[in-house]
Ligand binder design. Structure first.
Ligand code: GLU
Length: 427
């Protein structure tokens, strides 16, 4: 395969910056690994890219057509797995990049999965509940030929939640004539979801940061943290860190943010945000913008919103010595280089935010066995997976004298490369 025959390769035609960035990371790290170059184009290309049109009857009687995607990146290590995003900025290239990142993430925490991602171009905040349900059911129907408990297992991501997963689960189950718990994860507990799935990404971020700080003889109670993003991941990350003594000095959501040097009461801020849809005028805190949060004086910066938030321009001004990527792809390769040069430690997305998909895996296993675990078991097993992954990345970074992203990617890529090589090519 060459770049001219592979139209999905970022160099073959006009592709978005984010898809190019996902490649740049892959290429940079693959080049340091002394791996057989034969598998390189296979590892860097999505296996399947499905684009669908979802006609939906809106509440006012109009029919609106929404574009949706499901991208399956690589299945060398098992069925495809990854979330579904509802956001106006969703594009085919974005979903391709996120699917690739998911392949490395799943391999890094040793889940028996390949990587995938999906998305629908829509603004979920502007859809009524009924419109969202009809869109979800139609989208599920459209991607039905390529999903299934042994084939590809969707889950929540930005803009989707347990309710959306319930509709996906129900639509798929109705179509095949029986209930299929294993087809999606992130379901509500009453419908065969796993306890602890909702907070899992945040809990994994907390486990990872705590473990990292321990290598520096520090505890969570020693650090002041700024969190960008107050959705599912940002909220639970901030909440669990604060519970363990960290001082959360700033949080922002899309359009508002709060700052309090003495520490924000995250549970109250969460309640306030759910009630008002904004953090504006949250009592007792000052206002802060997203831009100011990224460069504020703190010990740990946690981007927990969208990709490409830490850009070259921002990177020069970041004061935090440690960045923990709770979002997928928040740091551009150029910013990554600048931060590394400035001595900033970055705990990369594929390690830091792998807690969500790890508990998704626990949910899938519980669903297949119809045997459900309690919260303690979920939390203990998650902690074990996250700490083991951190230890492996830390050991690799020490041995190879490299940064955590390079270490994490090389471990993940070599696992996927090994599986691909062992399976060989069909036909
Ligand atoms: N969307 C989450 C992620 O980015 C979770 C995926 C899953 O649970 O399959 O890792």
């Amino acid at each position: 395969m060459t770049e001219t025959t592979n139209l999905l390769h970022p160099k073959s035609e006009a592709h978005s910056q984010f898809w190019q960035n996902a490649h740049l990371y892959f290429e940079r790290i693959y080049n340091t690994m002394n791996l057989d170059p034969t598998w390189r184009p296979v590892l860097s290309s999505p296996k399947r890219v499905l684009t669908v049109s979802c006609p939906v009857r809106m509440d006012d009687g109009r029919i609106q057509v929404f574009t949706g995607y499901r991208v399956q990146h690589n299945s060398a290590r098992g069925p495809y797995k990854g979330g579904i995003r509802y956001d106006p900025s969703v594009s085919r290239d974005e979903v391709m990049a996120l699917a690739m990142i998911q392949t490395w993430k799943n391999a890094l925490v040793k889940l028996p999965y390949g990587g995938a991602k999906g998305g629908v171009v829509c603004d979920p905040r502007k859809l009524s509940l009924g419109e969202k349900e009809r869109l979800t059911r139609r989208f599920t129907y459209e991607i039905m030929p390529i999903i299934g408990p042994d084939q590809d297992i969707p889950a929540p991501d930005v803009g989707t939640d347990a309710q959306v997963m319930s509709w996906m689960f129900d639509t798929y189950s109705m179509m095949i004539g029986h209930q299929e718990l294993g087809v999606v994860t992130g379901k509500p507990v009453t419908l065969g979801g796993s306890v602890g799935r909702e907070e899992a990404t945040g809990r994994g971020v907390m486990n990872t940061l705590r473990k990292y700080l321990a290598t520096r003889n520090k505890a969570l109670s020693d650090v002041r943290i700024a969190v960008q993003g107050f959705g599912n991941v940002g909220y639970h990350t901030a909440r669990l860190l604060a519970q363990r003594g960290a001082t959360i000095i700033a949080v922002t959501e899309r359009a508002s943010g709060i700052f309090d040097e003495s520490g924000i009461d995250i549970e109250s801020a969460g309640q306030y945000y759910r009630q008002n849809g904004t953090l504006d005028e949250f009592p007792g805190a000052d206002a802060i913008s997203n831009e100011d949060l990224l460069v504020c004086d703190c010990d740990v910066l946690i981007p927990a919103a969208m990709e490409n938030t830490l850009t070259e321009e921002v990177a020069y001004h970041i004061k935090a010595p440690t960045v923990v990527e709770a979002a997928n792809g928040p740091t551009t390769p150029k910013a990554d280089e600048i931060l590394r040069d400035n001595g900033v430690t970055i705990i990369p997305d594929i390690l830091a935010n792998a807690g969500g998909v790890t508990v998704s895996y626990f949910e899938w296993v519980q669903g297949l066995q119809n045997f459900f675990w309690d919260a303690k078991r979920v939390q203990d097993e998650l902690q074990q997976v996250m700490e083991q992954a951190f230890d492996e990345v830390n050991a690799k970074a020490d041995a190879a004298d490299c940064d955590y992203r390079t270490a994490a990617y090389s471990i993940a890529i070599s696992r996927v490369a090994e599986a691909s090589k062992l399976k060989g090519l069909f036909p």
